[in-house]
Design a protein around this ligand. Structure first.
Ligand SMILES: Cc1cc2nc3c(=O)[nH]c(=O)nc-3n(C[C@H](O)[C@H](O)[C@H](O)COP(=O)(O)OP(=O)(O)OC[C@H]3O[C@@H](n4cnc5c(N)ncnc54)[C@H](O)[C@@H]3O)c2cc1C
Length: 363
């Protein structure tokens, strides 16, 4: 077992991509002491850092905004939530303007107008500047320090997170007044084929996605320095197997990928293929809960990654089965038409028992 390091902070940001960087900057500007933990190296990790990225930068002019939103309606299967679209548009516009001025990002200039074109960024340059900015405002960055589980108190309130610092071979527990989960999308280890479950929209704002994992959980600030024994790790699968940890993480990842990566299963979705794939993932989850664990820090990272891809796959397929139509990016080969009666969101959750329910689309 590796050494344990304990510390505390007002706001703990988990992740090191654009969502995490912006969240850290905003929390710092609000006066909080902020710690950011990244699985990789903040500035090069995440999906944006190696890519060219289109950004939903639209001037706050009514016709332009209405047209911008209208252009996404069909793509999103007419499920878009205008409240969130407006928030994303506002925050993206503000943030890209700040990036140009405070971040000194070298946006190209339109030769015709002489104005900067702020509708896209080059990931490496963008995230290099975001890291510098995050450091400049005084955020403590812990690179190569994946969070492995949240810490909760007896009431279930999130009080921080625990993880492992790979380069120091050291476990950590960080008590925090609030935790921001900005650890990216669902395509990790699934060759981007799991992306549709995330139904991502354009973000780069204060919060990262419309149906996604940014949640700010408020704990008591006065309790943040106190990691007493009432605070416990909320993680289970991959960390605390009920039996002896005999299952190999690589085996779990390979088995999950066999259900998630083939286009026949996860792009040309059909109930007859989805159901057996989900059954296989359910069985895999049960085995992982019983037998997946790790003694070293690196083993535990791999075990948690294996648990994560399996969990996401189950949520995704359960949701896909609940939508018996084709809508937006959610395509069903056995239900190729859009069904007006299914113009609703499908929410999903659960670990040992995965559930889905429908939710009305906000007008
Ligand atoms: C092929 C592709 C093309 C895309 N094109 C666009 C586009 O043009 N425009 C657009 O807006 N979006 C695009 N996206 C979506 C893109 O993922 C996001 O815009 C952006 O990268 C999301 O930022 P993020 O910070 O939420 O997540 P990411 O950039 O994915 O960052 C996740 C961060 O969390 C860290 N992390 C993960 N797990 C842990 C952990 N356990 N502990 C600590 N840190 C952790 C990672 O190291 C990383 O730093 C694209 C995505 C893909 C895959």
């Amino acid at each position: 077992m590796s050494e344990l390091w304990q510390t505390s902070t007002d706001v703990l940001v988990i992740g090191g991509g654009p969502a995490a960087a912006w969240a850290a900057i905003h929390a710092r500007e609000a006066g909080a002491e902020v710690t950011l933990v990244d699985k990789g190296y903040c500035g090069t990790s995440g999906a944006t850092a190696p890519s060219g990225t289109g950004v939903w930068y639209v001037a706050p002019e009514e016709t332009a905004r209405v047209n911008a939103k209208a252009s996404r309606e069909a793509l999103g299967g007419h499920l878009a939530d205008h409240y969130w679209m407006d928030r994303v548009l506002d925050q993206t516009y503000t943030n890209m303007n700040r990036l140009a001025v405070e971040g000194k990002y070298p946006f190209p200039t339109d030769p015709a107008t002489g104005e900067q074109l702020r509708t896209g960024v080059q990931g490496p340059e963008y995230m290099r500047r975001m890291r510098a900015w995050v450091k400049r405002v005084g955020v403590r960055i812990l690179d190569h320090s994946p969070a492995l589980e949240l810490l909760v108190d007896d009431a279930g309130t999130v009080r921080g997170a625990a993880g492992y610092q790979r380069q120091l071979d050291r476990d950590y527990r960080i008590a925090a007044g609030a935790v921001v989960l900005a650890s990216g999308g669902c395509a990790f280890l699934a060759s981007a084929v799991a992306s549709p479950v995330a139904a991502a929209t354009i973000r780069h704002g204060r919060c990262r996605r419309v149906v996604g994992p940014v949640r700010v959980r408020h704990g008591s600030r006065s309790a943040r320095l106190d990691l007493t024994p009432v605070v416990r790790g909320a993680g289970r699968t991959g960390l605390r197997p009920s039996d002896s940890p005999t299952l190999d993480a690589a085996e779990v990842v390979e088995a999950a990928q066999a259900e998630l990566i083939p286009f026949q299963k996860n792009y040309l979705r059909h109930g007859e293929r989805l159901r057996p794939a989900l059954d296989a993932l359910d069985t895999l989850w049960e085995r992982a809960s019983n037998e997946l664990g790790g003694r070293t820090g690196d083993d535990r990272i791999r075990a948690r990654q294996a648990a994560a891809i399996t969990a996401v796959g189950r949520l995704m397929y359960e949701s896909s089965l609940a939508r018996t139509e084709t809508r937006g990016m959610s395509k069903r080969a056995d239900h190729p038409e859009q069904d007006p009666a299914q113009r609703h969101h499908i929410l999903s959750g659960g670990l040992d028992a995965v559930w889905t329910e429908t939710a009305e689309v906000a007008s």
